[in-house]
Design a protein around this ligand. Structure first.
Ligand code: MLC
Ligand code: AMP
Length: 523
């Protein structure tokens, strides 16, 4: 619950994560070249950016979108949006201009900040939507930096309440059309405070930060929690085994997706000696196999703490800091989060039975931007949000996720809705229809398989299809494997039986697996 003291702050989220330490020389970021950014340094940068945003005419509730490489300047831009009441819209750096055009058209940001390399492709999209486009590279250089350098700093944050919108994060859906999840200051603040307490973060903590900062995990879970605690982050530009191994000796904690842990364990240098001193390793965004959990414990003597969340809700449940971290489970509902498992009629199922996971609490988002129907469909009248995840509660209240009631693939911690890929495949010359499924993948958890049916008498050019898909879709959404069949398996109602396809390709990505094409060709 957000305290009374917080609600009387001028800008509760900004004050909690940075404002209260705006004069502190304590380290916030440790950069790869040894440079340190203190809390005070960050607050000074934020004041300048906030001054610029105000001078540029952005007001509370306006949007600013960013598709930039990870950098301290990009983090400062997020914090400056909080400071000035501007809604921050971070975009995956892998999105193609086609994808960006949709987000910009939907969210209508007043400013779009992009990588200089993408300026030429994105400037027309910004112009079409009346947005000003500025550039910011990985070193913090570009037209955005020049514009900000001339601005007079704005030191006082714009007054915001916990109900004001702080960020939009886009999530895809079963229809293939992305929805902007509207997150309030209160959503982000409550989750940051709850996780800080639950995972015992303090100003003594040093987090290995190897996640991207355009999603909930890297930005809200990692950055907000560390700043809320007053700790610091070893700021890596992305995940690499060498980068993490180099950072671990100075660190106390790390947050990651399962792929981080499987990749680390593939390296003989990742041992109890290098990791055993760590206070905490957390995992989320995708299922952590029980086998990975156990191998990690054997290797390091430490149990990974797995937690469960969503873009729309932030974190919902977590294994305990003290007490049993049960492999294969996502732990107990967080303080303040009500979690229930229900059947199709909305009634809670008996303990031990599978049902839909639904959650309610201060962490749950306000709705989808300009999509009142989708918002209404996502909630029950009593305020519970329907997650689309199927789960089961055990006698001690631990949650296990057993599947999804949504056609979703999670690859390396990123979500891919098959429909979005199928719509593009169906458009390709010679393709009659397509079905996209996820198959177990040793590195990414799931790998995308595209199953195509060709128009009669028209052989498919898979190389051409791959190229066309690459223009339209971010790299992680692109199928890792294509199969051509004579027909898709369908049930008597005519519905594609994706379960049969999943079964047929279950060992496609397994090391040494025999690729068994059920029909014509595989590539
Ligand atoms: C990269 N590729 C991927 C991929 N990431 N393919 C599938 N799934 C992914 N996640 C592609 C690359 O484009 C490349 O394709 C090939 O795979 C190999 O690339 P790589 O160099 O091995 O990838 P890398 O850059 O190392 O990235 C892998 C990764 C990254 C796991 C480090 O994907 C990552 O940082 N994931 C974290 C995602 C995350 O933060 N999720 C949080 C969402 S929030 P090619 O064809 O060019 O060779 C959320 C809420 C919650 O879910 O609960 O937390
Ligand atoms: P996103 O909306 O991109 O944030 O993805 C949220 C989805 O990721 C959830 O609905 C779950 O399906 C999945 N997810 C997140 N954390 C876990 C976890 N620890 N175990 C299993 N699935 C998870």
């Amino acid at each position: 619950m957000i305290s009374r003291e917080k609600t009387s702050m001028t800008n509760p989220l900004y004050d909690t994560v940075l404002g209260q330490r705006a004069d502190s020389s304590a380290p916030l970021l440790h950069l790869p070249q040894g440079e340190v950014v203190s809390y005070a340094d960050m607050a000074a940068r934020v004041a300048r950016i906030s001054g610029y945003l105000r001078a540029a005419g952005l007001e509370k509730g306006d949007r600013l979108a960013m598709q930039c490489p990870k950098s301290p300047a990009a983090l400062a831009l997020y914090l400056a949006c909080l400071h000035s009441g501007v809604i921050f819209l971070p975009l995956n750096t892998a999105y193609t201009p086609d994808e960006i055009a949709y987000f910009v058209g939907d969210a209508t940001p007043k400013i779009l900040v992009v990588d200089p390399d993408a300026h030429e492709a994105l400037a027309p999209i910004a112009a079409k939507n009346g947005a000003k486009v500025l550039t910011l590279d990985a070193q913090g250089r570009g037209s955005f930096a020049s514009a900000v350098a001339d601005a007079a700093p704005a030191r006082t944050p714009v007054t915001c309440s916990t109900d004001d919108l702080a960020c939009f994060l886009y999530t895809s859906g079963t229809t293939g059309r992305s929805k902007g999840a509207m997150l309030t200051q209160g959503n982000l603040l409550s989750n940051a405070e709850t996780l800080t307490t639950c995972w015992r973060f303090t100003d003594q903590d040093v987090l290995v930060h190897a996640l991207p900062i355009f999603h909930a995990h890297g930005l809200f879970v990692a950055c907000n929690v560390l700043m809320c605690a007053g700790g610091s982050m070893i700021w890596l530009n992305g995940f690499s085994v060498d980068g993490v191994l180099g950072a671990l000796p100075q660190a106390t904690a790390m947050m990651g997706v399962p792929t981080f842990y499987t990749r680390l364990m593939e390296d003989a240098r990742f041992t109890r000696d290098i990791a055993g001193h760590m206070r905490l390793f957390t995992s989320g965004s995708a299922p952590l196999l029980a086998e990975t959990h156990m191998r990690f414990e054997e290797r390091t003597g430490l149990a990974i703490l797995e937690r469960y969340g969503m873009t729309e809700t932030g974190m919902n449940s977590s294994n305990p800091y003290d007490g049993a971290r049960r492999a294969g489970t996502v732990g107990l509902p967080l303080d303040g989060v009500a979690l229930r498992v229900v059947d199709e009629t909305g009634l809670e199922v008996p303990q031990g039975e599978i049902g839909m996971i639904e959650v309610r609490g201060p962490n749950v988002f306000k709705g989808y931007w300009q999509m009142p129907d989708k918002t209404a469909q996502a909630f029950h009248p009593d305020g519970f949000f329907i997650t689309g995840d199927l789960g089961v509660l055990d006698a001690d209240g631990y949650v296990t996720i057993v599947g999804r009631d949504k056609d979703l693939i999670i690859s390396g911690g990123y979500n891919i809705y098959p429909k979005e890929v199928e719509l593009i495949l169906d458009d390709q010359p010679g393709v009659q229809e397509s079905a996209v499924v996820g198959a177990p993948h040793p590195d990414f958890g799931e790998g995308i398989v595209a199953v195509l049916v060709a128009d009669e008498g028209s052989p498919l050019d898979l190389a051409e299809i791959r190229e066309a898909v690459a223009v339209k879709l971010a790299n992680y959404k692109r199928p890792k494997h294509y199969v051509v069949l004579e027909a898709l398996p369908r049930n008597t109602m005519g519905k594609v039986q994706k379960n049969l396809l999943r079964d047929a390709y279950a060992d496609l990505f397994q090391p040494g697996a025999q690729r068994r094409p059920p029909a014509s060709s595989v590539a």
